[in-house]
Ligand binder design. Structure first.
Ligand SMILES: Cc1cc2nc3c(=O)[nH]c(=O)nc-3n(C[C@H](O)[C@H](O)[C@H](O)COP(=O)(O)OP(=O)(O)OC[C@H]3O[C@@H](n4cnc5c(N)ncnc54)[C@H](O)[C@@H]3O)c2cc1C
Length: 292
């Protein structure tokens, strides 16, 4: 089923997983998907690796998860290091395997490079990939957007312009970069609606599991940790258990506020861990998603 059709009927809860570095890690990811299945996600997604073998793992996990669960599984796909023909082949394989939804992304520049340089014969922007998919395939399609601005974007206005272009060219809905201050999402929604973006926009929430990790992630993608949260993390220091508990509590409150505001869904970056996610969903007690 296309996720855009699910979004027409209900507010969605979705989980994002990432492929392991080595093939031996695939069963573990599939196991976490199985564990979280009892919370009845409306869809799950699998990110696309920055390069090398992990890309095949994305396809493998997507296809195996689809076959072994009755979940709707969306495969992420980027333009990094691949020609248009190579990307087309990946899409054809996904289509043949019965995957109905993809998330179309440009991808980040390889480590050590600041600018994204497409390979010869490759796509330069997600919008080009979206146009290609719309022209040649029938997938349901998501694209990314950035409430605090994409790090390479000269301005929030320019960023919104390209988010709109992605919807105009065929993205059915948008999922945001992770955020910890919902005000950024609310302000982004105002700008997006003003710019004429009518597609559903789903906020992304990453439950904090580890202080060093969340500081690294947010620094990489230009996302702010609110000062009060940052101070709490400072206070907890190396106490991993306490940090994880704070992560559960914070993500619960954040999701409650977003749901009360009326978001079309919440996309949780679960980092292949089921414990915090299970606790958050139990706390939220959403009908159909509480694991009962
Ligand atoms: C929900 C979500 C999921 C993600 N999943 C993955 C994943 O699976 N694998 C992975 O490697 N990365 C993933 N990313 C990270 C993403 O690849 C990076 O943020 C990347 O830097 C931008 O990708 P994009 O698709 O938003 O690119 P684009 O939409 O192409 O935007 C990139 C930059 O170029 C600008 N821009 C866009 N179009 C144009 C244009 N036509 N002319 C000039 N400038 C333009 C934008 O404003 C922005 O600054 C994800 C991000 C999000 C939010």
């Amino acid at each position: 089923m296309k996720i855009k059709d699910i979004l027409k009927t209900r507010r969605t809860i979705s989980f994002e997983f990432f492929p392991p570095r080595a093939a031996e890690g695939i069963p573990e990811v599939l196991q976490v998907i199985q564990q979280l299945k009892k919370f009845n996600p409306d869809f799950v997604s699998v990110t696309y690796g920055a390069g090398g073998a992990t890309r095949r793992f994305t396809e493998e996990i997507t296809v195996r998860a689809k076959r072994t669960t009755d979940l709707e599984v969306m495969a992420h796909l980027t333009c990094v290091g691949q020609t248009k023909d190579e990307v087309h082949e990946v899409l054809s394989r996904l289509e043949q395997a019965g995957i109905g939804n993809v998330m179309a992304l440009r991808g980040d520049p390889p480590r050590g490079q600041t600018d994204f340089v497409p390979v010869a014969g490759g796509f330069s922007h997600a919008s080009e990939l979206i146009q290609h998919i719309r022209t040649h395939f029938q997938f349901g399609m998501a694209a990314a957007c950035y409430p605090e601005g994409h790090p390479q974007s000269p301005s929030l206005e320019s960023d919104i312009k390209y988010a709109k272009l992605k919807v105009d060219l065929g993205a059915d809905f948008l999922i945001t970069q992770l955020l910890y201050d919902n005000e950024f999402f609310f302000r982004f929604m105002e700008r997006a609606r003003k710019a004429g973006i009518q597609a559903p926009i789903i906020p992304g929430v990453l439950p904090i599991l580890n202080t060093a990790q969340v500081r690294r992630f947010t620094a990489l993608c230009g996302v702010k940790i609110p000062p009060a949260l940052d101070q709490q993390l400072d206070k907890l220091g190396e106490d991993e258990h306490a940090v994880r508990e704070l992560g559960v509590e914070y993500a619960t409150r954040q999701a409650q506020e977003l749901l009360a505001w009326g978001v079309p869904g919440i996309h949780f970056y679960v980092l292949n861990r089921s414990y915090s996610m299970s606790r958050i969903l139990q706390n939220l007690g959403l009908p159909g998603h509480s694991g009962q």
